[in-house]
Write a protein that binds this ligand. Sequence first.
Ligand code: NAP
Length: 311
Amino acid sequence: MTANPTQSFERVAIIGPGLIGSSLAHAMRDAGLSGEIIGFDRDNAIANRALELGVIDKAAPDFAAAVANADLIILATPVGAITGLCELLNAHAPAGALIIDVGSVKGAIAAAAATVRENLYFIPCHPVAGTEQSGPEAGFKTLFKDRWCILTPLAREDEAYKAAVARATALWEAIGAHIEIMDPTHHDLALAVTSHLPHLIAFTLVGAADDLESVTQAEVIKYSAGGFRDFTRIAASDPVMWRDVFIHNKDAVLEVLGRFSEELAVLQRAIRWGDGEALHDAFTRGRELRRAIVDAGQETTAPNFGRDETD
Ligand code: NAP
């Protein structure tokens, strides 16, 4: 692989043109980085929908046809599909292709990526950007702008692989993302804190509210602006994607969940014993962290997430 890192790709294959895959297609086309974009989904109806929407230029009937002659292959499926896709890459991907994925877990994907042929250059990537929506309709070109994209390259020392890392970096930067290179185990622990645990809490909270028979569902909906609705946005995320995240990041999630349960027990005790100082201290930490996220440009400064309550 000797390509200039900033040059565009002649033929891009997107496997799984859902929210993230179609956003990449829009962003790459907008930045003039792609020639032809071919899409393949295990459900032909989704690839055809992506074609109708103009997200991709062609819908391929199978994986082999999608990756034929591709110089960039993007695996944008749920994490659980990646091992099977690596077997297909070994069988069908053209030598020299750059391969990136977008999965929210990196340890399991780095392990799968290490099984592909040496003349394929697989750089595991995780764009820390998304919404609770799925499918090709949900994609948009600015999804990655000013968001972080974490790369967890394989331990390969060859120059061709290093050039591929530079090319993947240039690609993400050209569509507005900031790059961080990280060890996959550290990625999985960090994201267990910032993404996986919050989703687990949101799924649990929404499930618990649904099960509380003494509070009616009508009341839960009516008074949701009290905080509940912000959790429902997260809890509306794709169940397949999240099933795969928890199955493939078990150790880090269990570690973080243990810490969370201890913190929760401390607050439970403070409430039981009327320890206002402990509660005040804990809630002050929350405000400070929120301010730091806003200062880092990762959230709006507008109150209530910028919602216009007059709408
Ligand atoms: P999505 O909108 O559901 O798109 C994924 C697509 O992949 C679906 O159309 C799915 O088809 C298809 N697919 C599943 N298995 C396949 C296979 N073996 N071969 C070909 N296509 C297959 O999901 P997404 O939100 O874009 O997420 C995609 C990836 O991005 C996940 O790994 C996720 O962890 C990661 N990610 C998501 C977010 C987010 O906020 N959503 C953020 C960062 C990273 P079916 O619908 O038939 O299963």
